[in-house]
Design a protein around this ligand. Structure first.
Ligand code: S3P
Length: 442
């Protein structure tokens, strides 16, 4: 069973410095925007995970030249009308909701039918959240249940701009519409609940004309279509979502310290740091700087003697949306009862994560109270596991795998965690970095 990770021992104290793999949201966005530019764009430190490789494969199928050179990836874009739409084309988004939802925005003017498919996990996820607004542009989209993959999209020559209200706080929905707007003559207006703003920052850096205003809860975006985009080079900073596993590992390991170098700390992504700090984790940001409009820093974490439970403010949910599983593990080791609410979106991810988070904590002997959109976690600061725990059949959700691994290394017990290769979705170096810190084979 080589695809299964067995852990029988807790990690020893460590003091180390690491870098994590490149940010997934930025890697996918770089590739998609490079595809819309005229000329050669390069990305250094691009995340070479399955989600990003699926993105590059889709662009190749759409007729673009994508090359890996020594230390960079190069895409030769042919502008907004530069895709080759060939009859019978099927694009495979693999496991990636971001790729699947974003690329549909770039297909609304296709002259032929294009089929979008994905793996078992992606085929269970809701696509109506993007197909509904994209149909308003004039694209025809057909799927069995109007909700899930496989989906067939065919553009129309009557594509027109739209007014769109994004009320979920989904950056994927917002970005899909922003990309569609680029292929539209006229102005698209978006009112969007706060969510990660990488696309806006990239548009600004690329000098794509866009009007952006904000109030406390919403962003208002106005985009003029059919603009010329220049090719651009980008060095992708580390992913805070990947860093989060190491933040909690260090917090929960005695007499340890870790410096994670060069991580994207976009304010719309740092909910995990804010939440862990409220729980009394010791985390600080060093060497802060700005790169292409994105904030970047080194993150220093040291062990926490005592974590405190949190009543998590829902206004932090969006900025921590991918980190809740590992935050739940911190809550399991905190003193008191933690409460996370308004997080039903977690069940819309690669696996129903709210359910999986609760299930894993229960297996560990931690009591939870679960509803469809909230969880209470009864923390056990002195938790030591001695029994055997098996984690399998979790739709290969990479973050379920990584949370379980960190739980095993910090709480003890004999763990058997299946589908080790699930990490290739977002963080292929995860186990190698753990081996370096742990000085042991895993
Ligand atoms: C992402 C947005 C988030 C996040 C996903 C990546 C993005 O999804 O969970 O992992 O890159 O735009 P939603 O926009 O659906 O919340």
């Amino acid at each position: 069973m080589t695809n299964c990770l067995r852990i029988n021992e807790k990690i020893k104290s460590f003091k180390d410095q690491i870098t994590v793999d490149g940010d997934k949201s930025l890697s996918i966005r770089w590739a998609l925007m490079a595809s819309q530019a005229f000329g050669k764009s390069k990305a250094y430190k691009l995340l070479k995970s399955e989600d990003v490789l699926s993105t590059l494969e889709c662009l190749r199928k759409l007729g673009l030249i994508v090359k890996f050179k020594n230390d960079y990836c190069e895409i030769t874009g042919k502008g907004p009308d530069g895709f080759m739409f060939t009859r019978g084309l099927t694009l495979n988004a693999g496991n990636s909701g971001t790729l699947g939802r974003l690329i549909l925005g770039l297909l609304i003017h296709s002259k032929v039918k294009i089929r979008l498919i994905g793996d078992k996990s992606l085929s269970k996820r809701d696509f109506s959240r993007v197909t509904i607004p994209l149909q308003k542009f004039g694209a025809k989209i057909v799927s069995k249940s109007n909700k899930r993959l496989p989906i067939t999209i065919i553009g129309s020559n009557k594509i027109k701009p739209i007014n769109y209200f994004e009320n979920r706080g989904s950056a994927q929905c917002k970005t899909s519409v922003m990309l569609a707007a680029l292929n539209t003559t006229g102005k698209t207006y978006i009112k969007a609940k706060k969510s990660r703003n990488h696309t806006e920052l990239l548009f600004k850096y690329l000098k794509i004309k866009m009007k952006l205003t904000k109030n406390k809860s919403f962003d208002f975006i106005e985009i003029k279509g059919k603009q010329k985009i220049k090719p651009f080079n980008y060095e992708i900073p580390g992913d805070i979502s990947s860093s989060a596993f190491f933040m909690v590992l260090t917090t929960l390991t005695r007499r340890s310290e870790l410096l994670i170098k060069n991580v994207n700390i976009n304010p719309s992504r740092i909910g995990v740091i804010k939440i862990l700090k409220k729980m009394k984790a010791k985390i600080s940001l060093k060497n802060k700087r700005v790169y292409r409009g994105e904030k970047v820093a080194d993150i220093l974490i040291s062990s926490s003697k005592k974590l405190k439970a949190i009543n998590c403010p829902p206004d932090l949910n969006s900025s921590a949306i991918d980190e809740f599983l590992i935050i739940f593990l911190a809550a399991a080791k905190a003193e008191g009862v933690s409460y996370f609410r308004d997080i039903s979106e977690l069940n819309q991810k690669e696996s129903p994560r709210l359910k999986w988070g609760s299930k894993i904590l229960n297996k560990m002997g931690v009591k939870t109270e679960l509803t469809k959109d909230s969880i209470k976690i009864y923390g056990k600061p002195d938790l030591i596991i001695t029994k055997k725990i098996i984690i399998k059949n979790y739709l290969k959700d990479h973050r379920v795998f990584m949370m379980s691994t960190i739980a095993a290394l910090t709480c003890g017990g004999q763990w058997e965690i299946h589908n080790k290769d699930s990490i290739n979705t977002s963080f292929p170096s995860f186990l190698n970095i753990l081996r370096k810190i742990n000085r042991k084979s895993l």
